[in-house]
Design a binder for this molecule. Structure first.
Ligand code: AHR
Length: 508
């Protein structure tokens, strides 16, 4: 049996767990909004046309914040198309996804949905085809209390109180040539800085996110962030990171190790931002908003014929996730938590139907994809402080990322309750690994309150409409709940091959 060991210490704190780590993303894209969160006429639709089955799953997922309304979509979006009487709203072309936007859902509807779901809104403004004035206008509509044209229009539309949206994205992926209104780093840096200053004149304590690179493979990766921050450093609070991972050519070993790339991505952007701060002699630190991350079989999308022509809510990138994808999603969350000192906001892209943990059929059921489970359990159990978590374990060689650890893990400790949770993946494709968790530094007995694992004999198994519970969490084998960690203060668990596990301990 392969063996690994991790020693946890409550004094080795990385940072508090940020609730915004468990963000998601609703873009006007494909069926995320229409027949995703919103489907008047669906048997579960509420008085506002929202699917109650999807709302219940969003709550169960534990999402804390939702980025809206895009994505590539936002770079051509006119927010005012989506306010006022629904029957007067225009139908528009959405150039990003070559579909028709009916504007039946706009920010007022989405804010209602967000309230029902209990999530904070992260609002993205259009800096593709628009600029400072339109960003100020939508801010006035959403956040200004009353007594101005746009705040009064919001009140007339039924929202008496301002929405108080705190965190704003200054455009989306403007480094990408595919983006409507694509810009050079210098052009975007100036625009982001000007927009940020204007928004902060209106409301000084807004938290503003400048666009970083749309992926670490962009030719301008690093230099884009550097130039943008040279212009905008003092005016913004975050720089964004976006990363999507997939299994290429059956190379499961590399895919399972892709969180090492996320680790490297974060360290590179932290170093880049800090270097700019040092050059500017600034005391301020720029944090990271990892506001698009997930597994996405992007190469299948790129190889497919162009998206359908000008349909309303076409089926776009409705990836079906398997067991390996779920293990990777769990591992990406481990990476995000590990960097909680600098990654203080993150959004899994997206929430429903479009590369999503929640799937729906129009008029039919909603169900949990495999990737739902590690997200939901991590969001529920990661409490208190993130602890430094170094695993002593064997390594393996990957074609894409070089040498990678077989086991990756992160632990959280809640000083208020004394509870400790370890989130851990086994990347080995053949063998279980026996992991010993040394808890002696806690100085008190802990008992296993819960240990759940996501794994399957078939790593390609998926959940479907007809078999929605095929892949789910099961009690970790060989872990009797309630086992007391006495003696040397450790507990040993067997991690099946290709698996994600959450082990929760509470004071005995
Ligand atoms: O999430 C899907 C798309 O991926 C988003 O619209 C875009 O920002 C990114 O490229």
């Amino acid at each position: 049996m392969l063996r690994a060991r991790v020693a946890l210490n409550p004094a080795a704190v990385v940072a508090p767990v940020n609730r915004r780590t468990f963000g998601s993303f609703v873009e006007h894209m494909g069926r995320c909004v229409y027949t995703g969160i919103y489907e008047p006429g669906h048997p579960s639709a509420d008085e506002d046309g929202f699917r109650a089955d999807v709302l219940a799953l969003a709550r169960e997922l534990g999402v804390t914040m939702v980025r809206y309304p895009g994505g590539n979509f936002v770079s051509g979006y006119r927010w005012e198309d989506g306010i006022g009487p629904a029957e007067k709203r225009p139908r528009r072309r959405d150039l990003a996804w070559r579909s028709i936007e009916t504007n039946q859902v706009g920010i007022d509807e989405f804010a209602k949905w967000a309230e029902k779901a209990g999530v904070e809104i992260m609002y993205a403004v259009n800096l593709g085809t628009r600029g400072v004035q339109e960003a100020l206008d939508v801010h006035e509509y959403l956040n200004h209390p009353e007594g101005t044209e746009l705040s009064e229009r919001r009140r007339a539309n039924g929202a008496e109180k301002p929405y108080g949206i705190k965190i704003w994205c200054l455009g989306n992926e403007l480094d990408g040539p595919w983006q409507t209104g694509h810009k050079t780093a210098g052009e975007y840096g100036l625009l982001a800085a000007a927009t940020a200053r204007a928004l902060k004149s209106a409301e000084p304590d807004l938290e503003l996110v400048a666009c970083g690179s749309s992926s670490s493979s962009m030719p301008t990766f690093g230099s884009w962030e550097s130039t943008v921050l040279e212009h905008a450093y003092e005016a913004v609070d975050y720089v964004s990171c976006h990363a999507y991972y997939e299994e290429y050519d059956g190379d499961l070993g590399s895919f399972l190790a892709c969180a090492t790339d996320m680790d490297h991505f974060v360290s590179s952007i932290v170093a880049t931002a800090d270097a700019v701060g040092a050059r500017l002699k600034s005391k301020k630190k720029i944090n990271i908003s990892f506001d698009e991350w997930n597994v996405w079989y992007l190469s299948r999308f790129q190889d497919a014929p162009p998206p359908s022509e000008w349909e309303v809510a076409p089926r776009v990138i409705e990836d079906r996730y398997n067991v390996a994808d779920a293990v990777v999603v769990g591992n990406l969350l481990i990476s995000l938590l590990r960097h909680s000192d600098r990654v203080t906001a993150a959004c899994q892209a997206q929430l429903v139907n479009v590369i999503a943990p929640i799937m729906t059929e129009p008029g039919g059921p909603a169900w949990r994809q495999t990737v739902f489970h590690p997200f939901a359990r991590t969001a529920a159990l990661a409490k208190g402080d993130v602890l430094e978590t170094r695993v002593d374990c064997p390594t393996y060689e990957t074609a894409r990322y070089g040498e990678a650890a077989l086991i990756d893990a992160v632990a959280t400790h809640d000083p208020a309750t004394g509870g400790v949770t370890l989130f851990v993946v086994n990347r080995d494709q053949e063998n279980p690994v026996e992991l010993t968790v040394d808890l002696s530094a806690f100085g008190a007995d802990l008992s296993v309150a819960e240990s759940v694992t996501l794994t399957d004999d078939d790593v390609r198994a998926t959940n479907t409409k007809d078999d929605p519970e095929r892949v789910t969490l099961r009690p970790t084998t060989q872990i009797p709940t309630g086992a007391i960690t006495t003696g040397d203060g450790s507990v040993t668990i067997a991690l099946p091959r290709v698996s994600w596990t959450a082990l929760r301990l509470t004071p005995a």
